[in-house]
Design a protein around this ligand. Structure first.
Ligand code: FES
Ligand code: MG
Length: 579
């Protein structure tokens, strides 16, 4: 109750500017009255609404409607809603990569939430980086917060086949590269992949973040899956507004909800939904803001007992709107009950267990499998170790080709994304389907920004022969909508002089997911010689501005790629070693 009891609520919060609190309040009210507010409105608790609408961000196309619905909910509960803008990040319009901007948005959100008077905040995000950025910011700002997502897009139809961004984008582009479809058809499909506003309609990063944040307790229960254009989505927005007012009255802060156990629930759900590998980096960053360390090896142990239950692309066949019609995340949570901490608090004021029990009963459906007969027997993501990844690497095994999960091959090395772009389709490239494609310098500092370059294209000459998948290894990330036998997030990254930087064409690499090994079969003495020759990459423009801040401060993937100076001392580890 701290914000309310102290009298420091609403317009009275943060009155420090002039050394005369009375005058500060007088001035503040004088200015905001320019927007037509009455004293009655300005005496109420204030709920900030972070508006991330942008003309560049179709994933947030419905945000103006959601802001209206949140405002209605706030006013129905007797408080004053005030919207404010923050930056907005869309995956396709964030050069050099959206991940480069995530921490900037987190800082923007944190500082605006802190700078402006509000008793709670509703954070409206959706596209991949926005939700983690907002919750990293809210965790550090420390005021009551409710996450609302814009919701998934609906699916489209191409010549009778159901399509949606962006697993099908990749699938059709792969067919085009292989010469299976022509210019005219690829242009036709381009019109259908994103048929409405909203986030990607598969279990990509945006959908994954929505689901794990619901499991974490930071969203109104039952709110992860409603499509962006649905009436359900607006009702959820209204509820989020009401919920924020109640949360402010109780004074419940994000750290009371985002506990170690709540992060364990989120990680369990990540594995069970076959979610995006990116979500692991984001959850690590969010937890890091609260002094909680996500331990990769313990995460892997959880993955050995949590199977994939959700049959959505890219691991399976269906789309987010199907999961919504199957009861949404609640259907998954109900199956996972024996594996969850049910006493964790949610923004509703009830525990996760109470929310699951009070949700509508389940019904027959084909999207969420029972725990007893899962879609995939283990968690979607496995953690690898070995001399090529001493600090860890990951592979989305549920979206890989089973026959490639144990594979030994000859390395074909690309030293940068530019090198990959230049040479991958060269007819003279010395490559066979049994080789392993290796990409260097695509990690947090290497690219910089750890872009989603880990999904390297199959060399055109092999694609033309019908090759659909190869083992690919890098320190980059991969889109949650992509699939393939792709090893990612190698720590330490090559730009830091990690072993990945020492791989050369023709080296032998051994991957064995069952035993979680990733080994470079080169003598240590040879690696030592190569190490002596290592020089870190240089980046144009690295001497000033945000790029300098980024390169000076970004942490490795196993620490969430947050900035070192934003992370407090770690004092808790999740999942616990015995999890
Ligand atoms: Fe925004 Fe996929 S591009 S969610
Ligand atoms: Mg994505």
């Amino acid at each position: 109750m701290a914000p309310m009891d102290s009298g420091e609520r609403g317009m009275r919060k943060g009155l420090t500017s002039y050394g005369d609190a009375g005058f500060s309040l007088f001035l503040r009210k004088a200015f905001i009255k320019g927007m037509g507010y009455s004293d009655d409105a300005l005496e109420r608790p204030i709920i900030g609404i972070a508006n991330t609408y942008s003309g560049y961000n179709a994933c947030h196309a419905n945000v103006p409607d959601l802001v209206e619905a949140v405002k209605r909910g706030v006013m129905l509960a007797g408080a004053l809603p005030v919207e404010f803008p923050t930056i907005s990040i869309h995956e396709a319009f964030s050069h050099p990569t959206s991940m480069f901007l995530r921490n900037l948005m987190a800082m923007d959100t944190e500082e605006l939430v802190r700078a402006q008077p509000m008793d709670a905040v509703v954070l409206i995000g959706g596209c991949d980086k926005t939700v983690p950025a907002q919750l990293m910011g809210a965790a550090s700002a420390g005021i009551p917060a409710v996450q609302l997502v814009s919701g998934p897009m609906l699916t489209g139809s191409h010549r009778g086949q159901r399509v949606g961004a962006c697993t099908d984008c990749r699938h059709f582009w792969g067919r085009y590269r292989a010469g299976e479809i022509d210019d005219r058809e690829i242009a036709e499909v381009n019109d259908q992949l994103v048929p409405t506003g909203g986030t990607c309609g598969v279990m990509g990063t945006a959908s994954t973040m929505a689901c794990v944040v619901e499991a974490l307790g930071m969203m109104v229960p039952g709110s992860a899956t409603a499509p962006a254009v649905s009436a359900d989505r607006r009702r959820i927005a209204e509820m989020s507004g009401r919920c924020a007012v109640q949360l402010a009255a109780r004074g419940t802060t994000p750290e009371q909800i985002m506990t170690r156990q709540a992060f364990e629930n989120a990680l369990t759900v990540l594995l069970a939904i076959g979610g995006s590998t990116n979500a692991l980096v984001h959850l690590t960053a969010m937890a890091g803001r609260l002094g909680i360390k996500v331990d990769l090896d313990a995460f892997d142990r959880i993955g050995r007992r949590v199977p994939v239950l959700v049959d959505l692309k890219p691991s399976g066949k269906h789309y987010m709107q199907d999961l919504h019609m199957a009861g949404g995340l609640t259907t998954v949570l109900r199956e996972l009950k024996p594996l969850l901490h049910l006493d964790c608090l949610t923004v509703s004021g009830n525990t996760l267990g109470e929310e699951i029990d009070s949700a509508p009963d389940s019904w027959a459906q084909e999207i969420v499998a029972p725990l007893s007969s899962p879609v995939y027997p283990q968690g979607g993501i496995a953690v690898l170790r070995g001399n090529l990844a001493p600090g860890g690497a990951i592979v989305k095994q549920s979206a890989a080709t089973p026959g490639l999960l144990k594979h030994t091959g000859r390395a074909v090395v690309f030293t940068s994304i530019e090198d990959l772009t230049t040479r991958i389709d060269d007819p003279d490239l010395d490559v066979t389907a049994d080789d392993i494609l290796v990409l260097q310098n695509a990690g947090p500092k290497g690219a910089p920004g750890m872009p989603e370059a880990g999904y390297m294209p199959i060399p055109r000459k092999l694609a033309n022969q019908g090759v659909k998948d190869m083992v690919r290894i890098s320190d980059a990330r991969m889109s949650g909508t992509a699939s393939g036998t792709i090893v990612l997030h190698i720590v330490p990254e090559s730009a830091e002089g990690g072993p990945l930087a020492l791989v050369r064409d023709g080296d032998t690499i051994e991957l064995d997911v069952a035993t979680r090994r990733l080994e470079l079969m080169v003598a240590e003495s040879v690696l030592e010689e190569r190490r002596a020759e290592f020089t870190p990459p240089r980046h144009a423009g690295a001497e000033r501005g945000y790029k300098k801040l980024f390169l000076d401060s970004v942490l490795q993937a196993d620490e969430g790629c947050d900035f070192a100076f934003l992370v407090p001392e770690t004092n808790d580890v999740t999942p616990r070693g015995n999890a």
